[in-house]
Design a protein around this ligand. Sequence first.
Ligand SMILES: NC(=O)c1ccc[n+]([C@@H]2O[C@H](COP(=O)([O-])OP(=O)(O)OC[C@H]3O[C@@H](n4cnc5c(N)ncnc54)[C@H](O)[C@@H]3O)[C@@H](O)[C@H]2O)c1
Length: 359
Amino acid sequence: MSNVRIGVVGLGYWGPNLVRCLARNPACDVTYVCDRDASRLKNIASQFPAIRPTDEIDDVLSGDDVDAVVIATPTKTHFAMAKSALAHGKHVFVEKPLATNSDECRELIELADLKGLTLFVGHVFLHSSPVNKLRELIRTGALGDIYYISSKRLNLGPVRRDVNALWDLAPHDVSVMIDLLGTSPLAVSCCGSSYLNAGIQDVCNLTLHFPGDRLGIVHVSWLDPRKDREMTVVGSEKMVVYDDLEPLEKIKVYDRGVEAPPTNSFGEFQYSYRYGDMYSPRLEQFEPLAAECNDFIRAITDGGVPLTDGINGLRVVEVLEAAGESLRLGGSCVRVPHWSRTDSHLVRKRARPASIAAG
Ligand SMILES: NC(=O)c1ccc[n+]([C@@H]2O[C@H](COP(=O)([O-])OP(=O)(O)OC[C@H]3O[C@@H](n4cnc5c(N)ncnc54)[C@H](O)[C@@H]3O)[C@@H](O)[C@H]2O)c1
């Protein structure tokens, strides 16, 4: 098959990284870059003179030489742009989060299914080498039963005004936890506070209640003195710390744990603490964003289901939406709904391509 021709919309902080990765990918050609901000457009156009610049998304959507559109604009614009791109018959890659609510996500999934197009969401960490290793350690049983996963995603900025810290930062951790545990949480509770802009939480603490009494604990903030990107997986046999800021040894596996032997003759519990070895497994070296772009292009060319498809995007938004409700209720536990394609009247009515039916 010939190269996939791609238009990238949104050239702010993140979009240029996507342009760079896609421009290097031999299986695609970036035909358009688009941004309303003239200086950002000019900057990318000067680096990639072969790519056509435009400040009007309609040029990209109506372009004959565009098979797919990559959307890296603010969250509130995702739904309308993705819907319009799908309606124009384009495959779509939307940056995280897929949309601002689960109704919008479902509509995009149904539209993509109806048109036989790929809908992809930018949960980039699911395509990364450390998360591949965590997945392998959990699925092979090396860590034993998983008790809980906790994460911290903290930094001073960048402060957003269109979404709160939960919607901006937590999609990464939530997508990783759902992937690692192989299921969505049943319920969530969330607390947070706004200090800089009224009604936009700068710091949030989200607790995810997974089946089997497993917990996910996510702490996000853009109002923190230190940059911190850490996830800890605690299993019955071993524990793992994933520090994304470590240059090489991002994953450390600790042979540590606590056993509670039977009560002794004085009726006391004697916990025994195991302080075994720590090792750092070798990780394959590749750029997650490049792997993510590969998966998007492969899904378009093979017609297969990508790792981070529309349903994957919906699962994260279902959690964020329930977490938003919990925030409004002052931290009460809120059930997370799990929509599936079989719930869609639209999808049930028509024969779906085999590759899509698998999702
Ligand atoms: N995967 C990741 O690790 C990661 C990291 C950062 C941001 N993101 C996501 O990327 C998206 C963009 O974030 P950002 O930090 O780059 O935002 P940003 O505000 O820096 O950039 C957004 C750009 O979109 C442009 N834009 C807005 N409306 C437009 C329109 N109608 N037509 C054309 N251009 C338009 C703006 O001019 C701006 O240049 C968000 O969804 C964010 O969550 C993902």
